[in-house]
Write a protein of this length. Structure first.
Length: 413
């Protein structure tokens, strides 16, 4: 497989461009970097041109363009995404978004028994946090999607989550700490004394390029117009009215420790009342209790996220010889953005992989853009459209986007 791929990474003050050229299955990566957050826009394209010239390549010989998706600095993310879109549109090639935390994990040297906990400085004594585990020689498994937390909560949060993070064989994972937040906040590093640290600090363009190569080989690309940065800070400043009401400064991250982490359990009949009630809270046209009962009776793999005796999330999976179909999934609205949906999807992946099934498929309403972006972040790609699939009221129907993710066979249920 021959591949020429250009990667941009500007989620921090480090401005980086990398060129990956693969010939006969052997990739070679070159990289240029510049430090200075106010110069990203003017530096990126000249650096890219220099790398192409040094490699003797014309822009038209590129097969794909990648960029560090974030989270990170608002302006920097927009620069990398916009430049990647422009280059890809001009050359008619696809774009590969790569989460910036994953690029740090890639450079951290994590082994198969490690949970790479990446903490990136978000300023204001806050941290962008995410966690990944090695899944095979090159793949990664998402343990925690990027979220924003107070720096003081990182270690207590990780200690609470770690018992639920397991290797494919069920063995516990060991924490490996990476990212620049450990250097930015001395008190944070002190709270993690005695733990293992990796030297990887901020994302680099060469790591983005290597991860993009793997994603490109799996077909995980997007059209340039669909590429978007990954933001996890919902609000960066108060409105004038909020400031006049006395809310000075900037909004703070909500506490990640406000509630204990729900745990996964097989769905049983005793859960059905709560599951149906939760589904009804979230959907205009929900599954009924009878639908869930029928799924259990048919033997469909199903699980719930339980917090004490309360069901806070659920999913139902149907297995076919060549694909697993995620029929329904939900998380209590007040627990969104805590990585619980990703945990449910991960459970589905492990169920499928343990049976040798390499694909996970689902349908989603195009109007539910939050869900579409969530699935895209987890690696799902749109593969089709089902016309008039969903009821939408007034005797009308809404199409469904069909999305699919390729999964490895190494996971264990």
């Amino acid at each position: 497989m021959d591949l020429n791929l250009l990667a941009f990474e500007t989620s921090s003050s480090r401005c980086g461009v990398a060129l990956l050229c693969e010939r006969g299955g052997t990739p070679h990566v070159t990289r240029l970097e510049h430090e200075g957050s106010q110069e990203h826009a003017e530096r990126l394209l000249p650096m890219a041109r220099r790398l192409l010239d040094e490699a003797g390549l014309a822009p038209r010989e590129l097969h794909a363009v990648a960029f560090g998706q974030g989270p990170g600095g608002f302006t920097g993310l927009r620069v990398a995404c916009g430049v990647a879109q422009g280059v890809a549109l001009g050359l008619d090639v696809p774009v590969v978004p790569v989460p910036s935390h994953l690029a740090v994990a890639e450079a951290a040297g994590a082994g198969p028994g490690d949970a790479a906990l990446v903490a990136l400085d978000a300023r204001m004594e806050e941290v962008y946090l995410a966690a990944y585990a090695r899944d095979g020689a090159e793949g990664w498994r998402l343990l925690q999607a990027p979220l924003l937390v107070a720096a003081a909560e990182v270690v207590p949060w990780a200690d609470a989550q770690l018992p639920g993070w397991r290797a494919p064989d069920g063995a516990p994972l060991a924490l490996l700490l990476a990212g620049d937040a450990w250097q930015a906040y001395p008190a944070l590093a002190e709270s993690a004394a005695g733990r293992r640290f990796a030297p990887a600090d901020r994302p680099r363009a060469d790591a983005v390029a290597r991860l993009a190569r793997q994603a490109w080989a799996r077909g995980e690309t997007v059209a340039p117009e669909l590429a978007a940065p990954l933001y996890v800070r919902d609000k960066v400043a108060y409105t004038t009215a909020e400031r006049e009401a006395g809310q000075g400064g900037n909004p703070r991250a909500g506490s990640a420790l406000a509630q204990p982490a729900p745990t996964l359990h097989p769905m049983v009949e005793a859960d059905l009342d709560q599951v149906a009630a939760l589904e009804a809270r979230m959907q205009a046209f929900p599954w009924t209790r009878g639908n869930f009962a029928d799924a259990l009776a048919a033997g469909y793999p199903s699980c719930v996220l339980r917090e004490g005796d309360r069901v806070q999330g659920f999913c139902v999976l149907m297995l076919a010889p060549d694909v697993a179909h995620l029929l329904v999934i939900g998380v209590a609205p007040d627990l969104h953005r805590r990585g619980l949906g990703a945990r449910l999807v991960g459970w589905c992946e492990r169920q499928a992989a343990a049976r040798g099934i390499e694909g996970l498929m689902l349908e989603v309403r195009p109007s539910n853009q939050g869900a579409v972006r969530f699935y895209e972040r987890l690696g799902f790609l749109q593969v089709g459209v089902r016309k008039g699939y969903y009821p939408s009221g007034r005797r009308e129907r809404e199409d469904a986007l069909v999305m699919r993710k390729t999964i490895a066979r190494t996971a264990s249920a």
